[in-house]
Design a protein around this ligand. Structure first.
Ligand SMILES: [Zn+2]
Ligand SMILES: [Zn+2]
Length: 281
């Protein structure tokens, strides 16, 4: 697996690429905008140019964009859903302009309307978004979620349903978050549990549809449904399981993003530690 982290874009998008390279990341993730606001001003040519220049100069690392947490494609509220669809279509355009292939999203929350209704709304939203952005290459990674509250996406069956109904193999795939999977009840800690999980993943979704990892340990226990990240090896999943995953040849080319904020020099140390845990590739 390629080792990287979510990095800050303080100072501009291009600073994300600089920070990732300075910390010896092999891949990285950014927000493309202030993710706590609905309206994002469009990217200027200047921003796009300086980001692309920095990205090229700093090793052309694989990049993911994480979508805003405000978006909810599964909401029963028509207004909120329409707003979310528009915002995500814009995010795909931003990704395309920056040359980023994947935008990671959480499938959303059904807000009490039930899983079935939530999934139907989510599938419809995704179809609409792809139709609005037909010419783009940038696509969406559905992230596995922890199952907090009324969220959907914590069962592999949910993701399989969405992939099956949206039918866009080139632009829709999966990002596996290890903390969320564990909190949702998938035992990635034991070798037996992990083997069973990947078999189930392969039969319901297909390993070819897995394009990235969020590499977070979990503060909550197995099945706790708590979305609380810990550093690799410092949570309930533990070092042994992460070493196994980092060395798994099936995932050798996939980005593995740690999603915990650390200062730049601390991040450098953390990345070096995790590279040691993985060993040479
Ligand atoms: Zn995540
Ligand atoms: Zn999380």
């Amino acid at each position: 697996m390629l080792i990287g982290a979510h990095v800050s874009i303080q100072g501009g998008l291009h600073e994300g690429a600089v920070r990732a390279a300075a910390s010896k990341c092999e891949c990285f993730q950014i927000f493309s905008r202030n993710q706590r606001q609905w309206i994002a001003p469009p990217l200027t040519d200047e921003q796009i140019k300086s980001y692309r220049k920095a990205w090229t100069k700093n090793g052309r690392l694989p990049v993911l964009i994480h979508d805003s947490y405000l978006n909810n494609l599964s909401s029963p509220d028509d207004n909120l859903r329409a707003k979310s669809c528009n915002a995500l279509a814009e995010e795909l355009k931003r990704a395309e302009a920056l040359g980023v292939r994947w935008v990671v999203i959480h499938p959303g929350s059904h807000r009490g309307a039930g899983e079935k209704a939530g999934l139907a709304h989510c599938a419809k939203s995704l179809k609409w978004i792809f139709k609005q952005t037909l010419r783009l290459k940038s696509g969406i990674l559905l992230e596995t979620t922890a199952g907090q509250g009324n969220g959907i996406g914590h069962k592999l069956e949910h993701l399989a349903f969405l992939l099956e109904h949206v039918r866009n193999a080139k632009r829709l795939a999966i990002c596996a978050d290890t903390c969320h999977l564990f909190a949702a009840g998938y035992d990635l800690k034991s070798k037996r549990g992990a083997d069973a999980f990947w078999n189930e993943f392969d039969s319901l979704i297909g390993l070819a549809r897995l394009k990235a990892f969020h590499m977070n340990d979990s503060i909550g226990e197995l099945g706790s449904r708590l979305d609380r990240h810990a550093f690799i090896g410092e949570g309930q999943i533990g070092k042994t399981a992460f070493r196994r995953l980092l060395r798994d040849e099936r995932f050798a080319k996939l980005p593995g993003i740690m999603e915990i904020p650390r200062w730049d020099d601390e991040l450098t140390r953390t990345v070096a530690d995790i590279k040691k845990l993985r060993g040479k590739i």
